[in-house]
Design a protein around this ligand. Structure first.
Ligand code: NAG
Ligand code: NAG
Ligand code: NAG
Ligand code: NAG
Length: 189
């Protein structure tokens, strides 16, 4: 009996260690192009996504990178919902293939759950134009935002979905695609 408990305990320790390693690989070891680095990161719970950021208290801005796995014929998005939680009302950055191997970013406010995806000005300041890249099976969107209300706690959303003829199509309406919301703390992570 004692021996069995020892084996179980050892197994639990191994599993915990494996979990910690997986989490590190999820965000701590990420690399970025020269000139880009971030003070903090979180591995997000679904859709193979991570968030990296540097928060500047003096001017209330966050420089951030959102990275999410996708095949090259898909789109990914990240955003903040200044007025509530969930999709409707979110101000989002959407990355999808542009012309000639480039990745384009559109900014839009999701006014309903069947949004128009018009490329528009967001409700908070975006002092640096967003850019994005696609490499190694993941999109990365680089964003600088003035955190709404100068608050370090924000309701965030993220998503991934397919394209059809280059056009952004609806994401799945089940499983992880309905769990991609998080109250993000930009101070502690
Ligand atoms: C990730 O980084 C940690 C800490 O630097 C290191 O111990 C670990 O081996 C790294 N993992 C990989 C897969 O590189
Ligand atoms: C905010 O402050 C940081 C740190 O001083 C600075 O690097 C950054 O350019 C500032 N951002 C804006 C939009 O003024
Ligand atoms: C944002 O809040 C910080 C303290 O949390 C303050 O130092 C800073 O002046 C504020 N910035 C703006 C733009 O309101
Ligand atoms: C959205 O507009 C910005 C500037 O107004 C532009 O740089 C960007 O390429 C546009 N995005 C798309 C997907 O059209």
């Amino acid at each position: 009996m004692a021996r069995l408990l020892l084996v179980l305990a050892a197994t639990a320790v191994l599993l915990l260690a494996a979990g910690a390693t997986a989490q590190q690989q999820g965000c701590e070891n990420a690399t970025f192009p020269a000139g880009r680095s971030f003070a903090r990161c979180n591995t997000l719970p679904v859709l193979g996504a991570s968030l990296y950021w540097t928060y500047h208290a003096a001017n209330g801005t966050a420089e951030l990178a959102f990275r999410a796995q996708s095949d090259a014929t898909g789109w990914v998005a990240w955003g903040i919902n200044p007025g509530g939680a969930g999709m409707a009302g979110s101000n989002v950055f959407v990355a999808s293939p542009g012309g000639g191997g480039a990745v384009s970013v559109l900014t839009t406010i999701l006014r309903t759950t069947s949004p128009a995806l018009d490329n528009t000005t967001l409700s908070f300041a975006v002092p640096v134009p967003p850019t994005a890249e696609y490499a190694a099976g993941a999109y990365t969107i680089y964003v600088t935002v003035a955190l709404p209300g100068n608050s370090t706690q924000q309701n965030t959303v993220w998503q991934a979905g397919p394209l059809s003829g280059g056009a952004i199509m609806a994401h799945r309406m089940s499983g992880p695609n309905l769990q991609s919301v998080k109250r993000q703390d930009f101070l502690s992570g």
